[in-house]
Write a protein that binds this ligand. Structure first.
Ligand SMILES: [Mn+2]
Length: 347
C-alpha cells in the first residue's frame, strides 16, 4: 500500500469514458459485502439501462452474501472462483468498486495486473494501490462506494438520483444502508440522507430490502453469537471488549463461516466499551492456525482508530471498522492486538 491513494477524475469524466466501452466488467473485493454488491450492481445496471447493447458482466469472488440471488435477479454475473478471468475475456473497461487494493482482489488480481489503462477504481477506503487504475474516483469521506457510484450513474443516465430507475436505485441504497449500519454510524452525513431520500423517491422498496438483508439469520448464527458472548472479556476498565470463536464453536453451533458478521458491532452497545474485537480462529489448508480479527470502535474524544491498530497487524479498513488476519493461534493474535493497542499482553 502507498500513501498516495487519491482520486484523479470526476464522475462526469468517468461516465464519458465508460460511454465509449462496448464491453465492461464490473468487479469488487472478494467476499463482497452489501456495499460491494450494491456499488457494482448499480453501475452494471446503469450501463445496461443507458445502452442495452453494451455487454456488461459483474464479477464476484469468494464467499457471497446469502441474499445475493434476491438482489441480483437477472443481472449477468460470474463467480470468479469457478470461472476465473482469462485471455478470452476482453472487456474494454474494467471498473473496480469498493476497493483499490491488490490484496482484496483474490482471483482477479492476476488478470488486472498490467491493465491500468482500461481500469477505473471507485472507492471510499483510506488506502489502496493507485497504480491499479489510471482512472480513480476515491473519496474516503464518502460513506459507501455506492454513494460515489450514484454520481457516476446520474452522469451516465443524465438524471438526478431521485429519477434513477428503481433497479439502479435499490443496490445504491443497499450499499449505503449496509456501510452506515442502516444510517447509524459516524460516516452518516447530510449527503447520505439526501441520497437515501432521493433513492426512496426513485422507488427503493426499503422495508422489503431490510427484511431480505437483515432479517434472515439461521438459528446456528444466533447460537454462535451465544458462544461468542460466553467468551466475552473486558479489559482496561471495560473499555476494550474481546470475544473469540474457534472451529469447534462453529461446529457446536451449527454455524457457517460468514456467520460472525455484526458481532463486533453489537459489543459497542456496552456503555463503557470504546473498542471491540472478535477473533475467529481457523486452519489454513496446511493445517496452520489463522486468526481473523474484526475490529470496531466508537466515535468520540477517546476514539480508537482501528484502521491504525489493524494496520500494525497487517490489515486495514476504516477508522471505526477494520479487519486483519494473523497467522497464528488465538492466543498469539490476542497478544499481537494488545501490543497494537499499547497494552501489555498480561492485561
Ligand atoms: Mn464500502
Amino acid at each position: 500500500m502507498t500513501n498516495t491513494y487519491a482520486g484523479n477524475t470526476t464522475p462526469g469524466e468517468a461516465a464519458a469514458w465508460l460511454k465509449g466501452a462496448r464491453a465492461v466488467a464490473v468487479a469488487t473485493h472478494f467476499k463482497a459485502d452489501g456495499d460491494a454488491v450494491g456499488s457494482s450492481l448499480a453501475l452494471a445496471r446503469a450501463l445496461r439501462h443507458r445502452d442495452p447493447s453494451v455487454r456488461v458482466e459483474v464479477w464476484y469472488a469468494g464467499v457471497l452474501p446469502d441474499y445475493l440471488p434476491e438482489i441480483i435477479r437477472d443481472t449477468a454475473w460470474r463467480h470468479l472462483d469457478s470461472a476465473p478471468p482469462n485471455a478470452q475475456d476482453t472487456p474494454e473497461a474494467i471498473v473496480v468498486t469498493d476497493t483499490g487494493a491488490w490484496t482484496q482482489l483474490g482471483p482477479l488480481e492476476a488478470f488486472l495486473r498490467g491493465k491500468a489503462g482500461q481500469t477505473l477504481i471507485i472507492d471510499h477506503h483510506l488506502s489502496g494501490d493507485p497504480e491499479m487504475a489510471d482512472r480513480r474516483i476515491i473519496d474516503a469521506g464518502a460513506a459507501s462506494a455506492a454513494q460515489l457510484v450514484a454520481g457516476v450513474a446520474c452522469e451516465l443516465l443524465g438524471c438526478p438520483a431521485a429519477s434513477l430507475p428503481e433497479p439502479v436505485a435499490t443496490p445504491l441504497y443497499l450499499g449505503t444502508a449496509t456501510d452506515t449500519g442502516w444510517f447509524r454510524y459516524s460516516n452518516v452525513t447530510p449527503a447520505v440522507f439526501r441520497l437515501a431520500a432521493d433513492l426512496i423517491q426513485a422507488g427503493v422498496p426499503h422495508t422489503e430490502l431490510f427484511r431480505v438483508v437483515e432479517q434472515r439469520d439461521k438459528p446456528g448464527r444466533v447460537r454462535l453469537y451465544g458462544r461468542a458472548l460466553a467468551s466475552l472479556e473486558l479489559l482496561e476498565k471495560d473499555r476494550v471488549a474481546l470475544m473469540n470463536l474457534t472451529e469447534g464453536d462453529f461446529k457446536a453451533a451449527g454455524a457457517q463461516p460468514g456467520d460472525t458478521g455484526g458481532f463486533a458491532d453489537r459489543l459497542l452497545a456496552i456503555e463503557s466499551v470504546l473498542v471491540a474485537v472478535v477473533f475467529t480462529e481457523s486452519r489454513d489448508h496446511e493445517g496452520r492456525s489463522v486468526t481473523k480479527l474484526s475490529l470496531r470502535s466508537k466515535p468520540g474524544p477517546n476514539a480508537v482508530d482501528v484502521n491504525v491498530v489493524s494496520g500494525v497487524l497487517g490489515g486495514g479498513g476504516h477508522a471505526r471498522a477494520a479487519g486483519a488476519r494473523h497467522t497464528g493461534s488465538l492466543a498469539e493474535a490476542r497478544a499481537a492486538l494488545l501490543g497494537a493497542l499499547g497494552l501489555s499482553a498480561s492485561a
